[in-house]
Design a protein around this ligand. Structure first.
Ligand SMILES: [Cu+2]
Length: 150
């Protein structure tokens, strides 16, 4: 007796669930939008590379240069590591263009040397040493990233 009721309830619940799902499918045409968003995200590349620089002012200049490139969504230069993290749309731009834009602003990247004239026009405090080590992440992570920041 009890079992029968349980089964009936189960069947009813199943029917209700199916009806609910069917209803959702009818009303929601939105999955199309989220699929598009997903494929947009998939075209996004995260890249890190070394860029020489000294201070917060350098940071502003470097990031501004990187972001001025069409297709670059994010740019974050780490003053301690001498590394920039960029996120860009590979359909619109390649890494070379980002290196070139930063170099044109006077900053050395690990692949393109900074433009001499732009470098000499930088404020004195920003004229970094040209043999400064880049990509200091590996050495610094032990102390800086893990221990200081949470
Ligand atoms: Cu600076």
């Amino acid at each position: 007796m009890n079992n029968k009721i349980k089964k009936l309830t189960l069947v009813l619940a199943l029917v209700a669930a199916l009806g609910f799902i069917g209803c959702q499918n009818d009303t929601k045409n939105e999955p199309v939008t989220s699929t598009t968003k997903l494929s947009n995200d998939m075209a996004m590349i995260d890249l890190s590379f070394g860029v020489r620089g000294n201070c917060e002012m350098c940071k502003t200049t470097i990031e501004k240069a990187a972001k001025s490139v069409i297709g670059v969504k994010k740019a974050n230069w780490d003053v301690d590591k001498k590394t920039i993290d960029v996120t860009y749309d590979e359909a619109k731009v390649n890494a070379n263009a980002i290196h070139n834009a930063i170099a044109a602003a006077g900053y050395d990247t690990e692949e393109v040397k900074g433009d001499e004239e732009a470098y000499s026009n930088l404020p004195n405090c920003c004229q970094y040493t040209r043999d400064m080590e880049m990509n200091q992440s590996e050495k610094m992570t032990g102390h800086k990233d893990e221990d200081y920041h949470n």
